[in-house]
Design a protein around this ligand. Structure first.
Ligand code: HEM
Length: 287
């Protein structure tokens, strides 16, 4: 009886390494430090891993938009839950990089200038598709670059929020004002409709679940921003960034950004009802 490898005599036509392009993948980590600094490997790999997750997030979010436009709320919600799981990984991954000391980082930091995560086009794509359509991001990319073209395409396409509000509208909510900041303030018809979405959740539970997933998605993105800026303070204090910004001071300002500001605002206007989805089971809400 042979306990040898299953493919000893006949290699499979498709191999693990061939399918996943492992040789190519592990040749992509090219250190710039001279003399070579041990932690630069970690620094490169962690950024590359982030970029792969950004790619996956974009893949999922694009499909979420399609599903919402087809009124498949629960299917879209399932993929949004996946995006949230990915975000959790993105947040927790910061801890791996924080095993690097500030001195270890400073030993190769100068070799990175003027490169910076600030230039991550996929990060900007995630921001745009999630609702932050800021055309100024284009200014950071050369006129004829692939990145700029991709960002221009994204800016012209609907966001997850557009698709969500489109679905709400099809399901009888008057959310015409969603795109206009002035029409969606407290007391507006729009905000009343958003409150109805929550207070009558049992009547359209799939939409309510979607709204809760969207705010959680937003929250985890914010948690990444906060975790990232704390790491930055831990590594470089209040030094300016390699990308030329004020560093932590700039990043702290970005933590004010929200993909779905209205979902946060509407909480303020919810009334104290005990007949909501969980009210009957839990005997009312707390907090
Ligand atoms: C030692 C670790 C790190 C330090 C010291 C650091 C520092 C900074 C600083 C100072 C900025 C502001 C822009 C600038 O002037 O450069 C920035 C932006 C940014 N970094 Fe990092 N970073 C680190 C790791 C990472 C990692 C692992 C990622 C993952 C992709 C990342 C992604 C980003 C992104 C996306 C921005 C733009 C944020 C925005 O504009 O909202 N950074 N980083």
């Amino acid at each position: 009886m042979s306990f040898g490898l299953p493919f000893k005599d006949k290699p499979p036509r498709l191999s693990y390494g061939g399918y996943l392009k492992i040789n190519e993948l592990i040749s992509l980590q090219q250190l710039h430090s001279d003399p070579l600094q041990h932690d630069e490997m970690l620094f490169i790999i962690i950024h590359q891993v982030y970029e792969l997750w950004f790619k996956e997030l974009l893949h999922e979010l694009d499909t979420v938009i399609v599903l919402l436009s087809r009124e498949e709320a629960l299917n879209a919600n399932r993929l949004l839950r996946r995006c949230i799981e990915i975000e959790e990984v993105l947040v927790n991954q910061v801890g791996v990089l924080e095993t690097m000391t500030p001195m270890d980082f400073l030993a190769f930091r100068d070799h990175l200038m003027p490169a910076s995560g600030f230039q991550s086009a996929q990060f900007r794509e995630v921001e745009i598709v999630s609702g932050l359509k800021d055309p100024h991001v284009l200014e950071n990319y050369a006129a004829d670059s692939v990145e700029r073209k991709r960002l221009q395409d994204r800016l012209a396409r609907p966001t997850v929020g557009d698709a969500f509000y489109g679905l709400l509208s099809k399901r009888g909510f008057n959310v015409q004002g969603a795109a206009d900041e002035e029409k969606r303030g407290p007391g507006s018809e729009y905000m009343e409709e958003m409150v109805r979405l929550y207070e009558e959740a049992e009547k359209h539970y799939d939409l309510f679940l979607l709204a809760e997933s969207l705010i959680e998605y937003d929250e985890f993105f914010l948690l990444w921003r906060l975790r990232h800026v704390k790491m930055v303070e831990r590594m470089i204090g209040s030094k300016t960034g390699t990308g030329g910004s004020e560093g932590a001071a700039y990043l702290n300002k970005t933590a004010e950004r929200r993909f779905f500001p209205d979902l946060w605002t509407l909480r303020t206007y919810l009334s104290n009802r005990s007949g909501g989805c969980n009210g009957a089971v839990n005997g009312g809400s707390h907090g």
